[in-house]
Design a protein around this ligand. Structure first.
Ligand code: CMP
Length: 214
């Protein structure tokens, strides 16, 4: 079950079986909260199938998306190590199968297999790097710069074209860059009128380059 997880790549067959015996698997429907920011719970969740979003929100329910995760990835490691409340919320985006690992079982496994601790540190380092990029973008770029940069990051090349498929909603884009949906709609409208963005049956096709400023 956990052979697809880079985190446990260093484990031999016996150790893997021992760890799998400690897992509790559960299927969640779409749009269910698995972890709520501020909760005092301690378990690690491994994503077997499906997709989740990790986000933080304020009292008015406005959300900032931190990342989305899919099979082979995990969440919930932070509270497990620092024993502080959950740092963010995690919600399923589609039907999702998760395996839950309790704190004591993980800590025992880390003692026996220090390679897992290194893999966890490496993933945490990657998260700090991505956060640094987000802080840089939020503090040093305007909304237009943040939006066009995000679009380029999301785009993949298909048949010579830069495509985002499926097309994200304006609200999803706004949550990722800390802007209002109205602002994103306005900028995308202008980009579409200028021929820099095209909506094409559920996909978004981008020009090779956007204007430097709006
Ligand atoms: P924990 O704080 O236990 O519960 C929420 C989880 O969301 C957290 O552990 C991490 O696994 C994940 N998380 C929190 N912040 C980020 C972030 N900036 N990037 C990616 N994942 C995060």
């Amino acid at each position: 079950m956990i052979e697809e997880f880079p985190l446990f790549a260093g484990l031999g067959g016996q150790a893997r079986a021992a760890l799998e015996a400690c897992l509790h698997t559960k299927v969640y429907p779409a749009r269910v909260m698995v972890v709520s920011e501020g909760d005092d719970t301690r378990s690690l969740y491994l994503i077997l199938d499906g997709r989740v979003k990790v986000f933080t929100s304020d009292e008015d329910g406005r959300e900032a998306l931190l990342c989305t995760q899919g099979p082979g990835e995990y969440f919930g490691e932070m509270s497990l190590f620092d024993e502080a409340p959950r740092s963010a919320s995690v919600m399923t985006l589609e039907r999702t199968r998760l395996a839950m690992l309790g704190r004591d079982d993980l800590l025992r496994c880390l003692q026996d297999h220090p390679g897992i601790a290194l893999a966890l540190i490496s993933e945490l380092t990657g998260r700090v790097r991505r956060l640094t990029e987000q802080v840089k973008s939020l503090s040093l770029q305007d909304v237009y710069g943040r939006l066009t940069r995000l679009l380029m990051t999301l785009a993949e090349r298909h048949d010579g074209q830069l495509v985002i498929d499926p097309r994200p909603t304006h609200q999803q884009l706004a949550s990722r860059i800390g802007a209002s949906r109205e602002m994103v709609t306005r900028i995308l409208g202008d980009l579409a009128r200028g021929g820099y963005v095209q909506m094409d049956s559920g996909r978004m096709v981008l020009a090779e380059r956007f204007p430097r400023a709006w």
